[in-house]
Design a protein around this ligand. Structure first.
Ligand code: NDP
Ligand code: 8X3
Length: 266
């Protein structure tokens, strides 16, 4: 591969939301292994501390972290102010809007306002807030990327997930609108949309019920957080003239939403 055929991530600055677990934590390790500097955010700072320490061992020259609640405008403002100070006038090259998740699996008839609100506050409004605040930090005409984590759920629908599917459809719409708004800036905009992946996603959805969460992946081979992390690194490291718009990635055992191949388990 010609050197010009890759955007080198070495010593570039990468900001990841939702870096305390799952895709975000795995992305921190994968970008660290490419030699990138990291700015990590999430609510659980104790977890971020461990992720950052591991990232430095994996090769990140700097792995810095700060509390972030994407559902609160003031928290996003404080986080981005901290990120701006850490950058010391150097540009940000990659923004990964990953924080989010589903809350509950109730049909509309029984669903709770609090679950709908948490779903939209993170996956939709949080994505908008972080992007608005981080835009002034992003490099112009120099291979910068905004990568949003969407879902197969944004491209179809299933029972119990009306709000989550609507929120991830919203994420897709925001990604497409941003690509129009940022045309001419050189900032690339893309979405990576996974199918079933075993992270803390289902534990959060089922409010800590480990048994219900484990049943989601029973008898099948789900995606792993590292699979998504590899894709994020690949997308961000394409040459600056290449924009990978949308990637839908599913486990081989998943043909579609709700169409899963499961092996007999003893
Ligand atoms: P995890 O539950 O493992 O990770 C979710 C991350 O989001 C955590 O780091 C969590 O950090 C963070 N987060 C949640 N709420 C907030 C908030 N208000 N402010 C800041 N950070 C927040 O799940 P995944 O890694 O699977 O989820 C990552 C993304 O991938 C989500 O957007 C999810 O919707 C999406 N996705 C997941 C799929 C799956 O099957 N696992 C498939 C498709 C998409 P903390 O709690 O510390 O704040
Ligand atoms: C998570 C994937 O299928 O559980 O976005 O909604 S799914």
């Amino acid at each position: 591969m010609k050197a010009s055929h890759r955007f080198p991530l070495r010593r570039q600055w990468v900001l990841i939301t939702g870096a305390s677990s799952g895709f975000g934590a795995a992305a921190a390790q994968a970008f660290a292994a490419s030699g990138a500097n990291l700015l990590l955010g999430a609510r659980r700072v104790d977890r971020l501390k461990k992720v950052a320490a591991r990232a430095q061992k994996s090769g990140a020259p700097a792995a810095l972290f700060h509390e972030l609640d994407v559902s609160q405008t003031a928290s996003v403002a404080a986080f981005i102010a901290w990120a701006g100070k850490a950058l010391k006038s150097r540009p940000l090259h990659v923004l990964i809007n990953n924080a989010g998740g589903a809350h509950g699996l109730d049909p509309v008839a029984d669903a709770k306002d609090a679950d709908w609100e948490a779903t939209f506050q993170t996956n939709v409004l949080g994505l908008l807030r972080v992007t608005r605040a981080a835009l002034p930090l992003l490099a112009r005409d120099a291979g910068a990327s905004i990568l949003n984590v969407g879902s197969i759920a944004g491209r179809s629908a299933y029972a119990g997930a009306a709000a989550y599917c609507a929120a991830k459809s919203g994420e897709l719409a925001i990604t497409r609108a941003l690509r129009h708004e940022l045309l001419g800036t050189g900032i690339r905009v893309g979405t990576v949309d996974p199918g079933l992946a075993e992270t803390e996603f289902s534990v959060v959805r089922f409010k800590g019920d480990q048994q219900k969460a484990a049943a989601v992946y029973a008898g099948m081979n789900p995606l792993l957080a590292e699979d998504i992390a590899d894709i994020l690194v690949w997308v961000a490291s394409r040459p600056p003239h290449v924009n990978i718009d949308e990637i839908l990635v599913k486990p081989t055992d998943q043909a579609d939403l709700g169409k899963i191949f499961r092996r007999e388990t003893a």
